[in-house]
Design a protein. Structure first.
Length: 482
């Protein structure tokens, strides 16, 4: 039931965006972050505002407003954000590679108004969200709010996709079964599968540290809902990504997940719908010894792409050039040429060469390192969960991107960058709590759950001091003199 209000949704969202922008600039920068979060995976919802003034630049304008608000309040990045220099190096390299690509394609320099520059700018929005999240989200309570909004956005996306598949018949596989990705939009069902795999693993990490039963059940429930959407997406890359991420969570924290994975792998053919089983088994025909058409196409794309790489080993052809090379004509029923290599690492090699791929791997390792360090060292269980969740998300992303570009889509990968920003802030809060704790004692926060309740009645004063230091005025804790 829409009550005839469907046509007013875009205007309501637009007015909300204007209000959030003003509040971000003149009151609290975090308001803009809060507003954007549920819209990140809901691409089709965001695009309702495209016809309104600056509606198509919602994220860029809002993040600019957040940055202005942070500047007005003289808020800076936390000390733990020194690893963000990796992002700066990567951003500078990709822009230089973008210019190199113009020379390769024989086009003008990528300046504002150029299509390739617009693609690069949209790509950089995600690292910018990481930086601004780390700067604008200042306390543990705000981190909890962000996680709650992330879960809301995930639920809305799952509900949107479930509405498209609930009435379909999955007794036999057909290409029409995965033609609609719900609110995920142009990222397609493969993009939706990557997102649901990643967010399911992240929720498993949260549940592993949650002490309140009802919150743990909520995390598991949303994880299962997302996993069901993943199953009906019929994406083999998404399945592989989820298994890899769940295995990481099992190895690092919950061994019972490994047992469940083993049981599932032994019995999966009896548990999933026939269409899902057929989709997986059709990958390789044991009788003929041949791969299916989709897999054969991928191999052909990789071979042709690597021929281009052989001629540009060090720096590649240039960032965002493969789409314009027109190397392989589509054989999947579409028109034109393939715009993606169907393996992001191959695409990085072709476009940015060995140097670009090494920088990209450096970025991945840095993200994994930040998450793992927080997971192992944090006294607060929520922060440990965030660190483990980031590790699991990146592990999923690595596997998912072996099957295609799932990295450069905001609706697929945006939440990972937000979580990375939260991890950075959590590192700073941990350092603050440790500095406020007397030498030889342990922060009472180490034994608290996500709800900030102090436990350990034998040390009430210590518990209060640790929590007060955590929720102290963020400006007084980290403001620097201009």
């Amino acid at each position: 039931m829409h009550f005839g209000l469907e046509s007013y949704v875009s205007y309501a969202l637009y007015l909300g965006a204007v209000a959030a922008l003003l509040l971000s600039v003149f009151w609290r920068p975090k308001v803009g972050i809060y507003f954007l979060l549920p819209l990140i995976p809901l691409q089709t919802v965001r695009y309702r505002m495209n016809d309104l003034p600056l509606g198509s630049s919602l994220f860029g304008v809002m993040l600019l407003g957040v940055a202005v608000g942070l500047w007005r309040e003289r808020q800076t990045l936390p000390p733990a954000a020194r690893w963000f220099r990796v992002l700066g190096i990567y951003a500078g390299f990709t822009f230089g590679s973008l210019c190199l690509g113009s020379a390769y394609l024989g086009t003008s320099l990528p300046l504002p108004g150029d299509v390739r520059f617009a693609d690069w700018r949209e790509y950089m929005i995600m690292p910018a969200m990481c930086l601004l999240t780390a700067a604008a989200i200042r306390t543990k309570r705000e981190i909890q709010i962000v996680i709650l909004i992330l879960c809301l956005g995930t639920f809305l996306l799952d509900k949107s996709f479930w509405g498209t598949v609930a009435d379909r018949e999955f007794s036999t596989y057909s290409e029409d079964l995965h033609a609609d990705s719900g609110a995920m939009g142009y990222a397609g069902t493969n993009g939706l599968a990557a997102f649901t795999a990643e967010v399911s693993v992240f929720l498993l990490a949260l549940a592993a540290f949650e002490k309140k039963i009802w919150l743990r059940i909520a995390c598991y429930g949303l994880a299962i809902y997302s996993a069901l959407c993943l199953m009906y997406s019929l994406s083999r890359g998404g399945y592989a990504a989820f298994l890899a991420g769940a295995a990481v969570i099992g190895l690092l924290k919950q061994r019972k997940i490994l047992l469940l994975l083993c049981l599932f792998l032994l019995t999966w053919t009896t548990l999933v719908p026939p269409a899902v089983r057929q989709r997986v088994e059709m990958t390789y025909d044991q009788q003929s010894g041949e791969l299916d058409h989709s897999s054969e196409t991928r191999l052909s794309l990789w071979n042709n792409a690597l021929e281009v790489f052989d001629a540009n080993l060090a720096l590649g052809a240039g960032f965002n050039t493969y789409e314009y090379m027109h190397l392989n004509q589509r054989t999947d029923g579409g028109t034109g040429y393939y715009a993606d290599t169907h393996n992001y690492f191959v695409k990085m090699l072709v476009e940015t060469g060995v140097i670009g791929l090494l920088l990209f791997l450096w970025l991945l390792i840095t993200l994994l390192n930040q998450g793992y360090r927080l997971f192992r060292r944090a006294q607060d269980p929520l922060f440990s969960a965030l660190g483990l969740g980031l590790v699991g998300w990146v592990a999923c992303a690595v596997v998912a991107n072996l099957f295609g570009d799932r990295w450069s889509f905001l609706q697929v990968n945006g939440y990972m960058w937000v979580i990375a920003g939260l991890v950075c802030r959590a590192h700073a809060l941990e350092q603050t709590a440790s500095a406020a704790t007397p030498e030889g004692s342990h922060p009472a926060i180490a034994t608290t759950g996500f709800d900030d309740e102090a436990c350990g009645e034998s040390q009430p004063e210590l518990a209060r001091e640790a929590l007060e230091s955590l929720f102290a005025d963020p400006v007084s804790l980290e403001r620097r003199e201009p």
